[in-house]
Design a protein around this ligand. Structure first.
Ligand SMILES: NC(=O)C1=CN([C@@H]2O[C@H](COP(=O)(O)OP(=O)(O)OC[C@H]3O[C@@H](n4cnc5c(N)ncnc54)[C@H](OP(=O)(O)O)[C@@H]3O)[C@@H](O)[C@H]2O)[C@@H](O)CC1
Ligand SMILES: Nc1ncnc2c1ncn2[C@@H]1O[C@H](COP(=O)(O)OP(=O)(O)O)[C@@H](O)[C@H]1O
Ligand SMILES: [Mg+2]
Length: 306
């Protein structure tokens, strides 16, 4: 008897390959989440544990030393990397410490709860420069991009030979980044298309519903930009930490080998699907990001072909 109260209204946009009997955790990616600060340890924990629930084989969280025990305490399967911090956030020494820890990673997600101080800015710039590393930027990492104007030119553009870079702004973050009003969905989608065209990024414009804007993989000459609208999710997800959960899911699926468009679409779909099951189990007003995170464990196999 299924423990689920809901069924997906429509199938996932893409699927993960089914798991072989002989599978081992190395087959499902080694991912890293970078973020957190004193007072916002929960955000990076939500992202990191979400990466595990979305099927990543190995997940580490690189966090300011001051919050390491808090983050590590959320889940025994999560590994942690302490980075130098000032009183609350990463210090300017954090990037030089982290850069030597990036080999054999399959994807990195950065930004939840990170703050926008000097240490965070060096981390974002350093990770953006690692163009062979699949990267997800969310929350304060996006706010750093806005403050520094780093996307105004093409220095951080990703070629088709580079690894993907996915941005996951909510409308407020996208407004800061592009000046497209958070109240104007079409203006925001146009602004996202411009980022895709100019930088070859993939952009998740979060909301109700969310959209994924990017180029279809494969033919390098195919420059058409796809704007895909999600079919899952509900207003119960308008609750603190829900976006942090999504960051972990996108990072996890990139780390499992999906291309940027597929990873972003499937992540948004399964995240909203988990939100729908959470709303049925609890209520729109009562559900929290932790419910969405934990319900992922019950529905994650819906991402996989039979
Ligand atoms: N437990 C934890 O550790 C948590 C830590 N968190 C961390 O906090 C950091 C700040 O992130 P944040 O999103 O909370 O605040 P912020 O960047 O100021 O943006 C919010 C403002 O944007 C605007 N806005 C307009 N439309 C909007 C829309 N559709 N959806 C959302 N916003 C919309 C609106 O502005 P207004 O219109 O009110 O002027 C709104 O007030 C970040 O690092 C994150 O990871 C959180 O994840 C929570 C749990
Ligand atoms: N009304 C809604 N319908 C569907 N999804 C929603 C709705 N409101 C919020 N969400 C989803 O919840 C998440 C909120 O992200 P975000 O604002 O970054 O949260 P936080 O930063 O607090 O983690 C996004 O994935 C967004 O699509
Ligand atoms: Mg957010």
């Amino acid at each position: 008897m299924s423990k689920l109260l809901t069924k997906a209204a429509s199938p996932p946009p893409v699927q993960l390959p089914s798991r072989k009997q002989s599978a081992h955790k190395g087959n499902f990616g080694r991912v890293l989440l970078v973020g957190g600060s004193r007072g916002m340890a929960g955000s990076i924990s939500l992202s990191s544990i979400a990466a595990l629930h979305a099927g990543a084989g190995l997940v580490s969280a690189a966090v300011p030393d001051a919050v390491l025990e808090s983050v590590a305490g959320f889940h025994p399967a999560l590994m942690t990397i302490p980075l130098p911090c000032d009183s609350a956030e990463f210090s300017q020494l954090a990037w030089s410490e982290l850069r030597s820890r990036l080999s054999d990673l399959s994807a990195v997600g950065c930004g939840p709860g990170m703050g926008t101080g000097a240490g965070s800015r060096l981390l974002v710039k350093g990770l953006l420069s690692q163009k062979k590393l699949p990267l997800v930027l969310d929350a304060d990492a996006i706010n750093v991009l806005s403050m520094e104007g780093w996307l105004d030119d093409e220095q951080f553009a990703r070629s088709d030979e580079d690894a993907p870079c996915v941005l996951t702004p909510h409308p407020g973050e996208l407004q800061r980044l592009t000046n497209a009003s958070a109240k104007d969905v079409s203006a925001q989608l146009q602004a996202a298309e411009e980022l895709v065209r100019r930088l070859n990024f993939t952009v998740v414009v979060k909301g109700g519903p969310s959209h994924v804007v990017g180029r279809s993989p494969g033919d390098a000459n195919d420059t058409t930009i796809q704007v895909w609208q999600n079919t899952t999710g509900n207003p119960g997800m308008a609750t603190a930490g829900c976006g942090d959960v999504l960051t972990g899911v996108v990072t996890s699926l990139l780390g499992q080998g999906l291309d940027a468009m597929a990873a972003a679409q499937l992540a948004v779909w399964v995240h909203g699907r988990s939100g729908d099951e959470s709303a049925a189990r609890h209520s729109y007003a009562g559900m929290t990001a932790l419910h969405v995170l934990e319900t992922l464990a019950d529905i994650a196999d819906e991402m996989t072909s039979d």
